[in-house]
Design a protein around this ligand. Sequence first.
Ligand code: NAP
Ligand code: GLV
Length: 309
Amino acid sequence: MALILKTDIERGNSWHRAFARLLPDVPLRDWRAPGDPEEIEFALVWAPEAGALRKFPNLKTIFSIGAGIDHLASDPDLPEGVPIVRMVEPGLTAGMVEFVVMSALYHHRFMLDYAVQQREKVWHEIEQIPTFRRRVGILGLGVLGAACAEKLRGFDFQVSGWSRRPKDHAGIESFHGADGLMPFLARSDILVCLLPLTTETEGILNAETFAALPRGAALISAGRGKHVVEPDLLAALDSGQLGGATLDVFRDEPLPPDSPFWAHPRIVVVPHIASMTIAETAAEAVAANIRRVQAGQAPEHVVDLKRGY
Ligand code: NAP
Ligand code: GLV
């Protein structure tokens, strides 16, 4: 019995240290030197090559290093019947909460305008709006979206969320399903995308959805790049329908040097760092799930591949 790990070398060392402490009886194998494939029962991976997981005939559980599992769902040759577990761990959640709160406050306090003013040496005060007058809408009210919603409520923003099924979070207005999308957008001065990438959500940030937002709304895109129809985003920014955007994820990563996003005055670009899985805290979640499987129980946070998340 062994656990195989596919990550970069630098982060691999942190995982090795954590698993040596938490799972001393489970040998940890490196993706480049897997040893006997029959011994591999657990795989903890990010973006394995298509078909690669099939090489392990006794695989019991596949763990995604990230919350998103689109890097696995896109493999047409996954081993059948092996559960896929998405990453749910406190370090990843805390990082996303920090990023979303920071970015929402950035747009709320007109920092994009002040950055332009600084470059132009302009001293001009923009009237401050209290948080209780600002409406933040979160697309995807799952583990990450709900944690961000709760923290934003703490700042007194008016917070709502959109999900497939209705939610009951204190102080957070819940919208759901196709019928709930337009009314949700109409009350989102700051729109945060924390959806998984699925066939239903690809391209959801497009000309029609941007037009449904209040004029001058801001976008924080931290789900996946393929949620955004990039030419529509540029058109909405250039027309003033969108006032600004913070983009963490892109259709092509790394963002190509010739992308117009880099130099756009109303766009903040960051390199897919909204949140990262922290080996130290995530290894605890993976180890607990491995112990469940070893005890004959089903792992937690298994994704539904038909649904796509
Ligand atoms: P999650 O707990 O599975 O939550 C997903 C949410 O999206 C749920 O509320 C779900 O609704 C909703 N949803 C899915 N499909 C929908 C649809 N068609 N219509 C309406 N709502 C829909 O996932 P999570 O852990 O919060 O992670 C969310 C995503 O964040 C990941 O998939 C990943 O792409 C992204 N992410 C990005 C970074 C980064 O650094 N940029 C880091 C981590 C994660 P229900 O609750 O009704 O099922
Ligand atoms: C990162 O993008 C993740 O899905 O965790």
